[in-house]
Design a protein around this ligand. Structure first.
Ligand code: M6R
Length: 667
């Protein structure tokens, strides 16, 4: 959460790059934004609450020309070869500061990357920016980043959490430092200010300050006395340096800079960087580490994500369901030659034959996809699977045998808990696999192998198409692990290829689902039920609804209703029942009857041809017939549309729901 960008160079305007970069990273947080730039000796320091667009307006009012906009997105390969809380003082120059500074500082530092001609401080444009998802302190301009020391010579932006900030703050207050915000980040500029007094220069003070911090962070800083440099540090939160010709870029993920350069340096944990237009000098604060991260060339292109004629990205992404499934099976599922080919797992082919237990770890929607994966792998490949929330798994002390493989599932590839879960097993010598959508993201670099979702960029905070890709790939992995021995192997290979057309039929139900959503939008509670493969799918339906409509929703196994949840049912508590044809359909139908008997309104999804359900449910959404194992893929599209239209009916910000961010990079 929180997006960081930075620019140092002679080619571009730091303000332009920072604003465009912040827009590309807005999915990481969108409650306030800010920047600091130094151009031709002029310091510009602007912050505002709300979206990056508000900051952009503030910049324009403060005399900057119009700024180009862009969207983020990626495609390609990675390791997977294939204090006070003042309220906002609104208005034009709120939080704005401009001052003239001295440009006499000299450049220092070793070399990890160097390029281009020499740049003097006078013609260098320097800036850092931040889009915030509040952790410490409410959403006010004073809590927006960058944060500065009292003399406003040191500016810092941070993504993450400084766990020991209260101790540091107490020490600094004793030393006479004064704080203006409630944030943890504000300790950093004051700490650097304090260490600067030793006289060893800014980089030395920066490193000493960073060494004092505990927690997880990505940090960027500028110092007005050295306006030809920006500084960066990382511990457990992503930050990448883009290497240009006579310029360097900084961003929380490559999507914000890949349109400028494909040469990048992914900072490792404990690394710090001193970056000028021509040099990126990197050191590790971890003395046991001998290797410093190097420049790598990204081998994928920037993928624009345009809204087109859709009113929201969420609706657009739901409509991409058929294409998403096609991309997830393309080149992998070959029913004609009865083969499944997962190129990303080729390098670990031998190890895969030895595994006798799988742990799937993930968060949120990816976790629910993992639960469906558990049913799939156990039924098709016969390998025991456990699914664990990454936030729990990373702290659990459980025995892990060498025959265990861990699969991390993540759309973003940056979720802090999922990354930590994989890091936890790094020294166990067990196989670490990933199912990831964002190309080149952290998880693709720290797993041994994996399978890309190829779902394309997702802009909506509520994930939709990535879930479809994840479940499709889990089906492929299950088939791959079964080595053709499962009786489901041939039928499922074939049915996977039929799925895009069937998904299209569900997408075409949008107008009918919109009418239903209008009917149900006024309810305050909702239950989602299902059995077997449709149980985890019900959990995902509930998450989708609560996430974007703020309606209280719970997912429940239909068989569990009598064990408690049934007590909640009355005429004001509707149930969304997943009741497609299966060996357990009669049991689900009985559960629906029990809800009906208690006057609970019922919407059901059912397989085309099921007439009986019409007499029980108030409303029925008919879905195309498919294999039981693949029903979650079609059912979830209907639930996504339902949640979407309810949120629209309630007039909510569908793509940017309150309190959430797309990439959760803090614990
Ligand atoms: O990027 P990831 O898949 O690791 O994200 C995990 C969850 O944060 C994510 O699925 C979240 O639950 C979504 N906002 C749900 O729509």
């Amino acid at each position: 959460m929180c997006g960081i960008v930075g620019y140092i160079g002679t080619k571009d305007s730091s303000t332009d790059f920072v604003l465009a970069g912040l827009k590309a990273l807005e999915y990481r947080g969108y409650d306030s934004a800010g920047l600091v730039t130094i151009d031709n000796g002029r310091l510009k320091y602007l912050r505002d609450v709300g979206r990056v667009a508000n900051l952009e307006k503030l910049v324009k009012r403060n005399g900057h020309p119009a700024v180009a906009t862009r969207d983020n997105g990626l495609s390609g390969e990675g390791n997977f070869s294939e204090s006070s809380g003042q309220s906002r003082t609104s208005g034009t120059a709120a939080g704005a500061a401009q001052q003239k500074i001295d440009l006499s500082a000299k450049s220092t530092g070793g070399v990890a990357s160097s390029a281009g001609q020499q740049a003097s401080a006078a013609n260098v444009s320097c800036g850092i920016g931040h889009t915030r998802w509040a952790t410490h302190g409410s959403v006010t301009e004073f809590n927006a980043h960058p944060h500065a020391n009292s003399s406003r010579s040191i500016f810092v932006v941070c993504n993450g959490i400084i766990e020991n900030y209260q101790d540091l703050k107490a020490d600094l207050i004793k030393k006479g430092y004064k704080f203006k915000s409630e944030t943890d980040t504000e300790v950093i500029p004051h700490l650097i200010d304090h260490y600067l007094k030793t006289g060893d220069g800014f980089f030395a003070a920066f490193k000493t300050a960073i060494a004092d911090l505990r927690g997880a962070y990505a940090i960027a800083a500028v110092y007005t006395e050295e306006p030809e440099k920006i500084y960066a540090a990382r511990l457990s939160s992503p930050i990448v340096i883009g290497v240009g010709n006579g310029e360097h870029f900084l961003a929380s993920d490559p999507s914000a800079l890949i349109h400028k350069t494909k040469k990048v340096i992914f900072l490792n944990d404990f690394e710090v960087a001193e970056i000028s237009a021509n040099k990126a000098h990197i050191e590790s604060l971890d003395k046991t580490r001998k290797e410093i991260t190097q420049v790598v060339e990204l081998d994928y292109d920037h993928e624009e994500s345009e809204l087109g004629t859709f009113p929201h990205f969420m609706l657009k992404e739901i409509h991409e369901a058929p294409m998403t499934i096609k991309s997830a099976i393309r080149g992998r599922v070959k029913p004609d030659i009865k083969t499944i080919k997962l190129g990303g797992l080729e390098s670990v082919k031998q190890q895969l034959t030895l595994i006798d237990r799988i742990i799937i770890t993930a968060c949120g929607t990816s976790y629910y996809a993992g639960l469906i994966g558990e049913y799939l792998i156990e039924e098709i490949a016969g390998i025991p699977v456990e699914v664990q929330l990454a936030s729990e798994f990373k702290y659990r002390k459980e025995p892990l045998s060498r025959g265990t493989a861990v699969i991390a599932i993540s759309q973003s590839g940056e979720t802090a808990d999922t990354v930590a879960a994989i890091k936890k097993v790094e020294d166990y010598g067990i196989l670490k696999l990933g199912i990831v959508n964002a190309v080149g993201s952290t998880l693709t670099r720290i797993t041994d192998a994996g399978v890309y979702c190829h779902a394309g960029p997702e802009q909506s905070v509520a994930t939709t198409k990535a879930f479809l890709a994840q479940v499709t790939i889990l089906t492929e992995i299950a088939l791959h692990l079964s080595d053709g021995k499962s009786k489901l192997f041939t039928p499922l290979l074939k049915e996977l290829t039929n799925l895009p057309d069937k998904a299209q039929k569900v997408v075409e139900l949008a107008p009918a689902i919109e009418i239903l959503a209008k009917k149900y939008a006024h309810y305050r509670d909702f239950l989602f039920i299902g059995r077997n493969y449709l149980y985890p799918c019900a959990l995902e339906g509930a998450l989708k609804l609560k996430e974007i409509s703020y309606i209280h929703a719970e997912g429940c196994s239909a068989g569990e209703m009598k064990h408690g949840p049934l007590a909640m049912i009355d005429e004001n508590f509707p149930t969304f029942a997943l009741a497609c044809d299966s060996s357990l359909l009669d049991k689900t139908m009985s559960n629906i009857e029990e809800i009906k008997a208690r006057k609970g309104p019922i919407i059901a999804t059912a397989t085309v041809g099921n007439k009986k359900i019409k007499s029980i449910a108030d409303d029925v959404i008919y879905l195309p017939k498919t294999a039981e194992q693949l029903q979650p893929i079609l059912s979830v599209i209907a639930m996504q549309l339902f949640a979407y239209y309810i949120a629209v009916e309630k007039g909510l910000d569908v793509d940017r729901p309150r309190n959430l961010a797309k990439s959760v990079t803090v614990e």
